[in-house]
Write a protein of this length. Structure first.
Length: 91
């Protein structure tokens, strides 16, 4: 995602797209703790403070546990790692 720039078009859903406004941290080497939430159809890596819908409520990613629901998907594994962070903001 480090290659994303303002104006680029990205997917924001199964059948929709949006434009990148700015890509924060792209030019800076920042590392952070990351969580990877895995479900039958895929996985998502994000910072523990990243907010997303868990079990129908907005919550920090660190609150996700095995069995949590991300929409219709059920979390089957939560793991920790360290990695670079990138934050593309979209319209």
């Amino acid at each position: 995602m480090a290659h994303l720039r303002a104006g680029d078009v990205v997917k924001d859903g199964p059948d929709s797209t949006t434009r990148v406004i700015v890509n924060q941290h792209r030019a800076v080497e920042l590392s952070s703790t990351l969580l990877t939430l895995e479900w039958a159809g895929g996985a998502l890596s994000l910072t523990p403070d990243h907010v997303l819908e868990i079990d129908g409520k907005m919550a920090a990613a660190r609150e996700a546990v095995v069995g949590s629901k991300l929409g219709d998907a059920e979390v089957v594994r939560v793991s920790r790692s360290t990695g670079k962070i990138i934050n593309p903001l979209t319209a």
